[in-house]
Design a protein around this ligand. Structure first.
Ligand code: DC
Length: 236
């Protein structure tokens, strides 16, 4: 490994993996904000590939073209007010809402099952590991993308609670949603994300599993920060 590679690996990473609606996104943002670290929403990258495919009339079965799209994705993550939130701009267009629809989530899950697409996005994700640290949210952050992370979490929550959270999130954004449809989509997506041959959704062997069902978000944030302080003490 080069000197630069070694320096990058020394930058701390907390990985937060789990199924849709487990609270990863909200928690990752809050933890990154509290620590003053960067934030990687890796699911957004798969959603962006799915949206780019739609824009360029690429079929979800066309792995070669999807991989080319993933490798050359023209995307900017523009920080908003110097915080962890950002505007996502794809080929010059603000796509914040467009990538959050349930249709885009379904397409992203199909795209994410393709090994060459995952490979094409690997280095782009690792480039987010910059000082002072990174909180990385996804499905395979602890198992594949950042296997050396100092703290790995795997969040779970009951399927009903996850569907309700998704429903509320979409409503808040003014996006039309149907709870029953979300529940059945979650089941399909969980199955596809967990059963795919490459980077399936599963906790890393050294991950701490946290069930967030019925727990207030701020309590989970405090729990994660306490786990981080302990992990940092052990490795310093
Ligand atoms: O977290 P999300 O709903 O935005 O993710 C969209 C899809 O991308 C989801 O079906 C799983 C997939 N994904 C993945 O396979 N690996 C990741 N690291 C992140 C998301």
């Amino acid at each position: 490994m080069t000197e630069q590679g070694r320096e990058q690996q020394a930058i701390p990473v907390i990985t937060i993996d789990g199924p849709s609606g487990s609270g990863k996104g909200t928690l990752s943002r809050l933890v990154a904000g509290r620590l003053g670290w960067h934030f990687l929403d890796s699911g957004a990258l798969y959603r962006l590939v799915a949206l780019a495919a739609r824009h360029h009339a690429v079929l979800l079965e066309d792995e070669v073209s999807l991989t080319t799209l993933a490798a050359h994705l023209d995307v900017e993550f523009e920080a908003v007010d110097g915080g962890v939130d950002c505007r996502i701009v794809l080929e010059g267009e603000d796509v914040d809402n467009a990538i959050r629809t349930e249709q885009c989530g379904r397409d992203a899950s199909v795209v994410a099952a393709l090994p060459t697409v995952r490979q094409a996005l690997l280095e782009r994700q690792r480039a987010f590991q910059v000082v002072p640290g990174l909180v990385a949210d996804g499905r395979d952050m602890g198992t594949v993308v950042f296997p050396e992370a100092k703290l790995k979490l795997f969040l779970t929550a009951s399927r009903e609670e996850r569907a309700r959270r998704r429903y509320n999130q979409l409503n808040e954004k003014g996006i039309d949603a149907n709870l029953q449809r979300i529940l059945s989509d979650l089941e399909t997506r969980d199955a596809r994300d967990s059963e795919r041959s490459v980077s399936p959704l599963r906790p890393a062997n050294d991950a701490v599993v946290v069930d967030t069902t019925g727990i207030a978000i701020n309590d989970v944030v405090m729990q994660i920060l306490a786990l981080w302080r302990e992990a940092a003490r052990k490795t310093s």
